[in-house]
Write a protein that binds this ligand. Sequence first.
Ligand SMILES: Nc1ncnc2c1ncn2[C@@H]1O[C@H](COP(=O)(O)OP(=O)(O)O)[C@@H](O)[C@H]1O
Ligand SMILES: [Mg+2]
Length: 385
Amino acid sequence: MALIVGPVARGDNFWDRPYILDDLWTNIESGTHTLLVAPRRVGKTSLMFRLLDQPKEDYIVLYLISESAQSANTFWEMLFEALTEDRFISTVKLKAKKIYDKLKTIRINEAGIKGIKFGESDSIDYARAFKEVLKSFDSDKKLVIMMDEFSQTIENIIKHESVQSAEKLLSVHRSLRQDPDIMGKVTFLYAGSIGLEGVVSSINALHSINDLNAVKVTPLESTEAKLFVEHLSKESAISIEADEIKYILKKIEWYMPFYIQLIVKEIQRLYRKDPTVTKEVINEAINNALENRQYFEHWENRLHVLSKNEKKFAKEILNIISEYKKLASKEILNIANKYKLDEKIMKEVLRSIVYDGYINNEIDAKVYRFNSPILRIWWYKNVAN
Ligand SMILES: Nc1ncnc2c1ncn2[C@@H]1O[C@H](COP(=O)(O)OP(=O)(O)O)[C@@H](O)[C@H]1O
Ligand SMILES: [Mg+2]
């Protein structure tokens, strides 16, 4: 296992997440469609690649990342391209030749630079073509279609194409999920780093995703986190004493694999100069990690799905917690009043920043704190001040 800080952790570099994978497979096996929405770098793509690389016996898994799509047509083209990718086709060819044949007949005209080109693209109804392909998917295996950064795609379509086009894409997906010919054969997994609910509710289309079941990406439990640090340091030939490992974990507190990888990587850098890992070295490694703006700024940018006053409200709460480490719910109510947010909206915003992994009120229901002390310090230095 190598230290991976940022890119998808795949193969040997994937640290097992058995509970989350179980949740995902439970949904897939019961025909439930999944929403896997969580902030960047909590490990969504790595989990999806695990499903792709090690599918259960009776499943064929398709992965699509459509972040760059700015129109519904581009989204569909990308989906068709993914369906005709060699890796996918080679599995399908053996087990479900029909889907491949169908794709070939839909693949009208020449293949262009970007892959499939539909003859008269305007007159081709991508959604219908896709439905036909899925209906003809006649195999003893079931299909899992994972769409990464789907919420970003919807947001792009709203911004660059039109609200109607985004609504149509969402409603076509809903109808695909409810189509009796497709149900039982295909399950969909929608992932995203920006809240899909937020994006979808901004165009009043929540009804189009309310059948999706949200799977949470939780941090590692403390025993797992300890094993992960031990394993990572051993594999990178860094020796860290038990006390110092404890100290690292105390500092990280919120055991998302990314934070563990990031800190161990910074320790490895310092280790090259002096191979003794002391508490001072760990503190220095954490300070160095905080210099990487690209690893943290999405936490600030992510708030852009909120409306102007909601965003000010959320920022103020986070600013205060980053300074004082905690904030009582009654104070939160006062801040909401300041921004003229009624109680319902206030609760929604609060729930979304809890759900998105900024803060929690687990120790005391009336008191909110940052999940990650590392993010708290970053926020304090870079956003609050
Ligand atoms: N299961 C895992 N095993 C090892 N590292 C992981 C795992 N999940 C996440 N990471 C760490 O988090 C980083 C981001 O993971 P990624 O799957 O790209 O997250 P997301 O798709 O949510 O942005 C990886 O580069 C790695 O450092
Ligand atoms: Mg990702």
